[in-house]
Design a protein around this ligand. Structure first.
Ligand SMILES: [Zn+2]
Length: 135
């Protein structure tokens, strides 16, 4: 299964050679701001299994630990593409809405539920973390 995606205008494209590690819904305020909507759905992949064509712009955000979170997006059309988290530098967190084919997506956890928008219904069968997951 080849996983591919890209930004809205097509200037940025990516390919993933391996399998996604995990899929999460993030309700943090910063994801709401960056996406302009209610939450981010992100999946993680091994950094070495991701290749990106095209130029990504970077906004250096700060995570709850105080460490940088690099939020990377297409500078032409603004689509958020991926984030790099210092404590998990071997992974990349890809905004799943940029996938060409989203049919396989299945969220496994909800994180930062403390800041979830009140109308969002979350599957009670999934683990829900008030902030970031620990351990
Ligand atoms: Zn673009």
């Amino acid at each position: 299964m080849a996983i591919e995606g890209g930004c809205l205008c097509g200037a940025v494209r990516y390919q993933i050679s391996g399998k996604p590690v995990a899929t999460a819904v993030c309700h943090c305020k910063n994801c709401q701001k960056q996406s302009g909507t209610a939450f981010s759905i992100v999946f993680s992949v091994k950094a070495k299994e991701l290749s990106v064509d095209g130029a990504l712009s970077t906004f250096e955000d700060v995570g709850s630990s105080g460490a940088p979170v690099l939020r990377k997006f297409c500078g032409k059309c603004g689509s958020p593409i991926l984030s790099e988290i210092a404590a998990l530098s071997h992974l990349r967190f890809i905004k799943a809405g940029t996938l060409d084919d989203t049919s396989w997506l299945k969220p496994q956890i909800h994180i930062w539920c403390d800041s979830a928008q009140s109308w969002v219904e979350r599957d009670p069968a999934l683990p829900q973390f008030p902030r970031e997951p620990t351990g």
